[in-house]
Design a protein around this ligand. Structure first.
Ligand code: FE
Length: 163
Protein backbone atom coordinates (compact mmCIF):
# COMPACT_ATOMS: atom_id res chain seq x y z
CA UNK A 1 0.00 0.00 0.00
CA UNK A 2 2.77 2.36 1.01
CA UNK A 3 4.70 1.39 -2.12
CA UNK A 4 1.68 2.11 -4.33
CA UNK A 5 1.28 5.47 -2.67
CA UNK A 6 4.94 6.28 -3.24
CA UNK A 7 4.70 5.35 -6.91
CA UNK A 8 1.53 7.43 -7.20
CA UNK A 9 3.15 10.47 -5.55
CA UNK A 10 6.27 10.09 -7.66
CA UNK A 11 4.07 9.94 -10.74
CA UNK A 12 2.32 13.18 -9.81
CA UNK A 13 5.64 14.85 -9.07
CA UNK A 14 7.03 13.71 -12.43
CA UNK A 15 3.99 14.91 -14.35
CA UNK A 16 3.97 18.31 -12.69
CA UNK A 17 7.68 18.74 -13.45
CA UNK A 18 7.16 17.68 -17.05
CA UNK A 19 4.32 20.18 -17.41
CA UNK A 20 6.39 22.90 -15.85
CA UNK A 21 9.30 22.43 -18.20
CA UNK A 22 6.94 22.32 -21.16
CA UNK A 23 5.40 25.56 -19.97
CA UNK A 24 8.83 27.12 -19.53
CA UNK A 25 9.73 26.09 -23.07
CA UNK A 26 6.54 27.62 -24.45
CA UNK A 27 7.14 30.85 -22.58
CA UNK A 28 10.68 30.95 -23.87
CA UNK A 29 9.71 30.38 -27.51
CA UNK A 30 7.10 33.15 -27.24
CA UNK A 31 9.82 35.64 -26.35
CA UNK A 32 11.88 34.69 -29.38
CA UNK A 33 11.09 36.00 -32.88
CA UNK A 34 8.83 33.79 -34.97
CA UNK A 35 11.74 32.39 -36.93
CA UNK A 36 15.43 32.15 -36.24
CA UNK A 37 17.57 34.58 -38.18
CA UNK A 38 19.58 33.28 -41.09
CA UNK A 39 23.19 34.42 -41.30
CA UNK A 40 25.25 33.43 -44.33
CA UNK A 41 28.51 34.66 -45.81
CA UNK A 42 28.58 36.55 -49.11
CA UNK A 43 30.14 33.48 -50.70
CA UNK A 44 27.29 31.26 -49.54
CA UNK A 45 24.65 33.70 -50.80
CA UNK A 46 26.46 33.96 -54.14
CA UNK A 47 26.21 30.20 -54.54
CA UNK A 48 22.49 30.10 -53.72
CA UNK A 49 21.17 33.19 -55.51
CA UNK A 50 21.14 34.21 -59.17
CA UNK A 51 23.44 37.15 -59.99
CA UNK A 52 20.40 39.49 -60.21
CA UNK A 53 18.99 38.20 -56.89
CA UNK A 54 22.40 38.71 -55.28
CA UNK A 55 22.68 42.24 -56.66
CA UNK A 56 19.26 43.24 -55.27
CA UNK A 57 18.98 41.17 -52.07
CA UNK A 58 22.55 41.39 -50.82
CA UNK A 59 23.88 44.57 -52.50
CA UNK A 60 20.65 46.58 -52.15
CA UNK A 61 20.20 46.98 -55.89
CA UNK A 62 16.95 47.83 -57.67
CA UNK A 63 15.48 45.98 -60.64
CA UNK A 64 14.43 48.12 -63.58
CA UNK A 65 10.78 49.25 -63.34
CA UNK A 66 8.25 47.32 -65.48
CA UNK A 67 10.69 44.42 -65.96
CA UNK A 68 9.99 42.24 -62.89
CA UNK A 69 7.90 39.08 -63.04
CA UNK A 70 5.32 40.08 -60.40
CA UNK A 71 4.30 43.73 -60.90
CA UNK A 72 1.41 42.53 -63.08
CA UNK A 73 0.70 39.33 -61.15
CA UNK A 74 -2.96 39.21 -60.02
CA UNK A 75 -3.11 35.62 -58.77
CA UNK A 76 -4.09 34.75 -55.20
CA UNK A 77 -1.24 33.53 -53.04
CA UNK A 78 1.69 34.37 -50.81
CA UNK A 79 4.90 36.20 -51.67
CA UNK A 80 7.90 34.66 -49.88
CA UNK A 81 11.48 35.90 -49.56
CA UNK A 82 13.38 34.54 -52.58
CA UNK A 83 16.45 33.97 -50.41
CA UNK A 84 15.03 32.29 -47.28
CA UNK A 85 11.34 31.46 -47.90
CA UNK A 86 10.07 33.80 -45.16
CA UNK A 87 6.41 34.77 -45.86
CA UNK A 88 6.37 38.53 -46.57
CA UNK A 89 3.16 39.65 -48.30
CA UNK A 90 -0.20 38.21 -49.33
CA UNK A 91 -1.91 38.95 -52.66
CA UNK A 92 -4.82 40.41 -50.64
CA UNK A 93 -2.74 43.52 -49.85
CA UNK A 94 -1.29 43.95 -53.38
CA UNK A 95 -2.45 46.91 -55.43
CA UNK A 96 -1.77 48.64 -58.73
CA UNK A 97 0.64 51.47 -57.95
CA UNK A 98 1.64 52.19 -61.55
CA UNK A 99 5.28 52.28 -60.40
CA UNK A 100 6.35 49.18 -62.29
CA UNK A 101 7.20 47.28 -59.11
CA UNK A 102 4.91 44.96 -57.13
CA UNK A 103 3.29 47.11 -54.44
CA UNK A 104 1.56 46.16 -51.21
CA UNK A 105 -0.14 48.25 -48.54
CA UNK A 106 0.71 45.90 -45.66
CA UNK A 107 3.27 43.15 -44.89
CA UNK A 108 2.61 39.84 -43.16
CA UNK A 109 3.20 40.53 -39.42
CA UNK A 110 6.80 39.76 -38.44
CA UNK A 111 7.89 39.24 -42.04
CA UNK A 112 9.88 42.41 -42.58
CA UNK A 113 12.12 44.93 -40.85
CA UNK A 114 12.83 48.53 -41.80
CA UNK A 115 15.87 50.77 -41.74
CA UNK A 116 16.58 54.39 -42.67
CA UNK A 117 18.28 54.64 -46.06
CA UNK A 118 20.03 57.94 -46.81
CA UNK A 119 21.53 56.87 -50.14
CA UNK A 120 20.95 58.81 -53.39
CA UNK A 121 20.51 62.06 -51.41
CA UNK A 122 17.09 61.02 -50.11
CA UNK A 123 15.80 59.87 -46.76
CA UNK A 124 13.90 56.69 -47.49
CA UNK A 125 12.79 53.72 -45.43
CA UNK A 126 14.39 50.52 -46.62
CA UNK A 127 12.49 47.23 -46.24
CA UNK A 128 14.41 44.07 -45.38
CA UNK A 129 13.47 40.45 -44.81
CA UNK A 130 13.24 39.97 -41.03
CA UNK A 131 14.73 36.49 -41.32
CA UNK A 132 17.74 36.82 -43.64
CA UNK A 133 18.22 40.60 -43.82
CA UNK A 134 17.82 40.56 -47.60
CA UNK A 135 16.98 43.89 -49.26
CA UNK A 136 13.40 43.89 -50.55
CA UNK A 137 12.65 47.51 -51.46
CA UNK A 138 11.32 50.66 -49.76
CA UNK A 139 8.12 51.86 -48.10
CA UNK A 140 6.47 55.21 -48.91
CA UNK A 141 3.52 56.99 -47.31
CA UNK A 142 1.53 57.52 -50.53
CA UNK A 143 -0.28 54.17 -50.48
CA UNK A 144 -3.99 53.37 -50.40
CA UNK A 145 -6.27 52.73 -47.42
CA UNK A 146 -6.32 51.21 -44.87
CA UNK A 147 -2.63 51.85 -44.08
CA UNK A 148 -1.76 54.65 -46.48
CA UNK A 149 1.54 52.86 -47.09
CA UNK A 150 3.12 51.65 -50.32
CA UNK A 151 5.61 48.82 -49.94
CA UNK A 152 7.52 49.01 -53.22
CA UNK A 153 9.23 45.65 -53.63
CA UNK A 154 11.59 44.16 -56.20
CA UNK A 155 10.07 41.12 -57.93
CA UNK A 156 13.45 39.44 -57.93
CA UNK A 157 13.47 39.44 -54.10
CA UNK A 158 10.15 37.57 -54.05
CA UNK A 159 9.00 34.01 -54.67
CA UNK A 160 5.25 33.77 -55.32
CA UNK A 161 3.32 30.63 -54.46
CA UNK A 162 -0.30 30.21 -55.55
CA UNK A 163 -2.80 29.56 -52.80
FE1 FE B 1 14.75 36.32 -46.35
Amino acid sequence: MRKTLAVFLFGILFLSCANKSEFAQNAKSKDKPMKDKIMKSDEEWKKELTPEQYRVLREKGTERAFTGKYYQNHEDGIYYCAACDNPLFTSKTKFESGSGWPSFYEPIPGGIESETDNSLGMARTEILCARCGGHLGHVFDDGPKPTGLRYCINSVSLDFKKE
